[in-house]
Unconditional design. Structure first.
Length: 219
């Protein structure tokens, strides 16, 4: 867990605001942005590495690694594949992408993999970017869970594969203190009879999301 995420968790736990969602699952995240030969973005490859506690819960639930030696047999590894890819209808995959502020449609996951090493589960999956756009404006990728039950921290590699010359990226960490202050003020101003989810607090994860900003020359 990065220093940024440790600070965020501590701040949320100590905040004097009314009870809010706080993360229970921590995922180290990486993103590969894949371009075609024409310079269009065709796919995103997402990497998730889960924290030790959640990994233990999943392996126990799936009855994997019963001897706790940290090693899976070939049969267990085969059973693990796709463990986190059976998404319910309408689930957005905890990844959103925007081009010039307009959200891009992403496919369901394909070409997924899973692994287990040093007590941690990890997975990758590929998502097609609908329309295969050129990066003629800022491309912003935000890994987050709207409910903030799961916290995604961009600590794994970010790569641009096949990108045209002049393309680059920045990883932008959110202003945790500012976001917390704003949320606390909004909550304290709410009428006690109002459900916070009805006024936008069902998307609290977006306010704590790290974002990857991809730009290309001329965009």
């Amino acid at each position: 867990m990065s220093l940024h995420m440790r600070y965020l968790l501590a701040a949320l736990m100590l905040a004097p605001a009314p009870a809010l969602a706080h993360p229970h699952v921590f995922v180290d995240t990486g993103v590969e942005v894949i371009f075609d030969e024409a310079g269009r973005v065709t796919h995103l490859r997402i990497t998730w590495e889960y924290d030790e506690l959640y990994s233990l819960w999943i392996t126990e639930d799936m009855k994997l690694d019963p001897d706790f030696d940290g090693e899976l047999t070939d049969a267990e590894m085969a059973a693990l594949q796709g463990f986190d890819q059976d998404w319910m209808q309408g689930y957005y995959g905890d990844t959103r992408a925007y081009l010039g502020g307009t959200e891009l449609a992403l496919s369901r996951p394909v070409a997924y993999t899973a692994d287990y090493k040093d007590g941690r589960l990890s997975s990758t999956h590929l998502r097609e970017v609908e329309g295969s756009p050129f990066v003629n404006d800022a491309l912003v990728i935000k890994p987050y869970d709207e409910t903030f039950y799961t916290a995604y921290d961009v600590t794994k590699p970010v790569r641009l594969t096949g990108a045209p010359a002049g393309c680059g990226f920045d990883v932008v960490v959110p202003d945790v203190t500012g976001a917390l202050t704003q949320i606390q003020e909004q909550l304290l101003a709410l009428d006690p009879s109002v459900d916070p989810a009805d006024v936008g607090f069902d998307n609290i994860g977006a306010q704590f999301a790290t974002q990857i900003e991809v730009t290309c020359a001329g965009s």
